[in-house]
Design a protein. Structure first.
Length: 250
């Protein structure tokens, strides 16, 4: 009887120990979650670039207007020209047919743009309709200045009308060579306004060339804000200073 009781006691102890081990397994300590990792930053936008030239075909010795636009760029350069603004225009006079190559660089990479200008043997000059040049008053009455909006070198509707009138007169008087001066109001730095004045003069030149005036007859110059037509501090005065002015290139 004593032996049977001892055996039963051992069985109870063994069962209790197994239950304790099972409970210990159910309360196993869980591992810590992995550290937080921030999602990767969105990649920078890739640059875009366009490059055009007006006119695309010229006679030897003539100049063309290069025009370019970029987005998402921090620096821009054109082979044969060098570093340039992110957007703008410039005059070039290639001595032979040239493929102008633009490279725009930004945080998102690089972009290329190309435009080929063909240089041909100059055509024989067209005889003028008159051997005498008009006086300045007659010329300016027929060839009005082009006025621009603030901080812009895009032709507005009035500017398109003015350049069309100028082109009509110049095509009838092919002996006249033209000097286009680009002007700005006094606001902004001298360097910025020199570039803006050049862009305005080139915009007027491009409109005349598109209307049939030979590019070889046109020369451009920028006066920036150095020459003012009006010196009062108001919008009406500033508007007078934002212009491309046509003059006979004597």
């Amino acid at each position: 009887m004593m032996r049977l009781q001892t055996t039963r006691t051992k069985s109870i102890v063994t069962t209790a120990m197994a239950a304790m081990l099972l409970l210990a397994g159910c309360h196993k300590k869980q591992s810590a979650p992995p550290p937080y990792t921030a999602p990767p930053a969105a990649p920078a936008a890739a640059p875009t670039a366009t490059l055009t030239a007006e006119p695309a075909t010229i006679d030897l010795g003539q100049s063309v207007v290069l025009t370019w636009h970029t987005t998402n760029a921090t620096s821009v350069s054109i082979d044969g020209v060098g570093p340039v603004n992110l957007n703008g225009t410039t005059n070039v006079t290639p001595s032979n047919s040239t493929n102008f190559h633009l490279v725009a660089t930004g945080d998102g990479g690089t972009a290329d743009a190309n435009f080929r200008v063909t240089v041909r043997v100059p055509a024989a000059p067209v005889a003028g309709t008159s051997s005498d040049l008009p006086d300045d008053a007659t010329f300016h009455a027929a060839v009005p200045d082009v006025f621009f909006d603030y901080d812009s070198y895009d032709l507005n509707p009035a500017g398109h009308t003015a350049t069309q009138q100028a082109a009509t007169y110049l095509n009838q008087h092919s002996n006249i060579k033209l000097l286009i001066g680009g002007y700005c109001d006094e606001r902004g730095s001298a360097e910025y306004n020199l570039a803006l004045g050049e862009n305005r003069a080139n915009a007027a030149k491009t409109a005349l060339v598109n209307a049939g005036v030979s590019a070889s007859r046109i020369r451009v110059i920028s006066y920036g804000k150095e020459k003012q037509f009006c010196t009062e501090q108001n919008e009406s005065c500033w508007q007078q200073n934002r212009r491309a002015q046509f003059n006979i290139d004597r």
